[in-house]
Design a protein around this ligand. Sequence first.
Ligand code: COA
Length: 188
Amino acid sequence: MSALPPAVASAVLIRPLVASDAGAYKALRDEALRTAPDAFTSDYESSVDRDASEYVARFGTVESGQFFLGAFDAAGQLVGCLGCEREQRTKQRHLATLVGMMVAPHAQRQGIGQQLVAACVEAARRVPGLAQLMLSVTASNTHVVRLYEQAGFRAWGLLPNAIVVNGVGLDKLHMARVLTPASNDRTS
Ligand SMILES: CC(C)(COP(=O)(O)OP(=O)(O)OC[C@H]1O[C@@H](n2cnc3c(N)ncnc32)[C@H](O)[C@@H]1OP(=O)(O)O)[C@@H](O)C(=O)NCCC(=O)NCCS
């Protein structure tokens, strides 16, 4: 009985976040907002006093297309996460946006970000009716742009001065990736 659970990827276990993860998620998020203010539209000062329970609704369920995946290290510590938020209006329910991509500073550059994006794409393509993922990324964070390009995302537009951080305007690159339905996996 040595088979690994399907979501184990090298050093981390990737699984959907649930209500009991809210405290760890808040700690990870607050740290990311504090250490990488250029990367996020939310800011640390407006977030640090929020109660962890406020985030539980975001965790959703994979089946609904509104979900958050967490990456857990061998000690069971949450070291990274990535969310998927599906559009709700009828004409846009084929679209979802990847949000809140972060890996704890001590765990970065070990391939966890790449694994989170791949797991999110894989989960999203199994959601009935979901056909395209979108995201936005601070354009000057070229290593993050490259990470998304390697996962199949392509830039389609640039919003100049999308966020202002410490008085400096930063552009956001908008990217999209078409999802191949999971049913296409089957060979005839
Ligand atoms: C962006 C982030 C999630 C990437 O996570 P990660 O686990 O470090 O990424 P990976 O280890 O999977 O690296 C993926 C690629 O990015 C490169 N990379 C990662 N961090 C890098 C850095 N600081 N500088 C240069 N390249 C970097 C890696 O070398 C790798 O490239 P390769 O496949 O060509 O070797 C993480 O750096 C982070 O949390 N940053 C702060 C928040 C942020 O920018 N979020 C994104 C919001 S859109």
